[in-house]
Design a protein around this ligand. Structure first.
Ligand SMILES: [Zn+2]
Length: 316
């Protein structure tokens, strides 16, 4: 059912049932954890990433703005910002005497980001303030996060009736995932299964590059029966582009991935209907902080070999 002309790899039965979507709290927690780690990775901008994907730090946005308005080269602005504040965060320190105002005494010992001033403003900024900022360099932790960059405009979701009608009654015109309302579920399924494999490939590549541009691709057949019986041995390919920089023992990776899905809906050979292609694409950004040393990392090379095929025998 739905198996295309693409020769599918032999598949193992695993992870039967439908793909378990991650609950939104989990995703939010991961996002917060990632941003926390990412903020700490910002000093790596000093190494001037050779590509424009890291655009989401305030320092970068500010530098980009200066470039647009005054033509100041982005790298120069970033270096200046780093010279002004050698770390992304600081520890608020007061003089510790009885002249310190209460709001500033309350900040003593707390950690703040240079990008997000506290209500009191940064130390020394308010009139007569004698407080000072002690540079704070937090430790990095491994983390990864994938976010979807392209729009998802799913039409109402096709069920078995629409798939059959298109096969037998209509001319079997090619359809896209948004047209059949399956783009979101396919993206979710890939995120909860095949993503690990893509992530491992990116980390492997980053470990060989260490600092510079990452360009890579993949192309494999997977079973998508877990999403819908209408999808068979579908092909998922992808183009990876971005970069990696090194900070101590860690690799700071940011890439975009353009995923391409393709399948052909067929029923049984010689059945009087018209097989039709089902295609779709989406683009994500993947950000990873990974230990360079695989043995000390939770990101293992072997994940790249994992098989995420699922139960072929989904009942109609
Ligand atoms: Zn003060």
């Amino acid at each position: 059912m739905g198996a295309g002309p693409i020769a599918p790899r032999p598949r193992r039965i695993s992870q039967g049932g439908s793909a378990a979507p991650q609950c939104s709290h989990y995703v939010l927690d991961m996002r917060i954890k990632f941003l926390y780690n990412w903020a700490h990775a910002a000093p790596l901008l000093e190494t001037a990433m050779p590509y424009p994907d890291i655009v989401h730090t305030p320092a970068y946005k500010q530098a980009f703005d200066l470039y647009l308005r005054k033509g100041v080269p982005i790298e120069l602005s970033l270096r200046a910002a780093l010279q002004e504040h050698p770390t992304t965060h600081y520890i608020w320190r007061t003089r510790g005497d009885n002249k310190v105002r209460a709001a500033h005494a309350a900040n003593n010992g707390r950690i703040f980001s240079w990008d997000i001033p506290p209500p009191t403003k940064h130390p020394g900024e308010d009139f007569g303030c004698r407080c000072w900022a002690e540079p704070y360099q937090p430790k990095l932790e491994e983390a990864d996060f994938q976010s979807v960059l392209s729009p998802i405009n799913d039409q109402p979701r096709w069920g078995w009736y629409e798939f059959f009608k298109h096969y037998f009654g209509e001319n079997g015109e090619p359809v896209t995932l948004p047209q059949i309302g399956h783009l979101q579920v396919i993206i979710d399924y890939v995120a909860s299964t095949i993503y690990k494999r893509v992530r491992a490939q990116i980390v492997n590549k980053a470990r060989s590059v260490i600092s510079g541009t990452i360009t890579d691709d993949f192309n494999n057949s997977y079973s998508f029966h877990g999403v819908s019986w209408a999808h068979g041995g579908s092909t998922l390919s992808g183009d990876i582009h971005g970069g990696v920089a090194r900070q101590g023992q860690f690799l700071i990776i940011s890439v975009t991935v353009v995923y391409n899905f393709s399948d052909v809906f067929t029923i049984i050979k010689n059945e009087p209907g018209t097989p039709y292609p089902i295609t779709g694409w989406w683009k994500t950004r993947i950000e990873i902080i990974a230990n360079r040393d695989e043995s000390a990392s939770r990101y293992k090379n072997t994940e790249a070999e994992a098989d995420y095929g699922i139960d072929e025998q989904q009942p109609l």
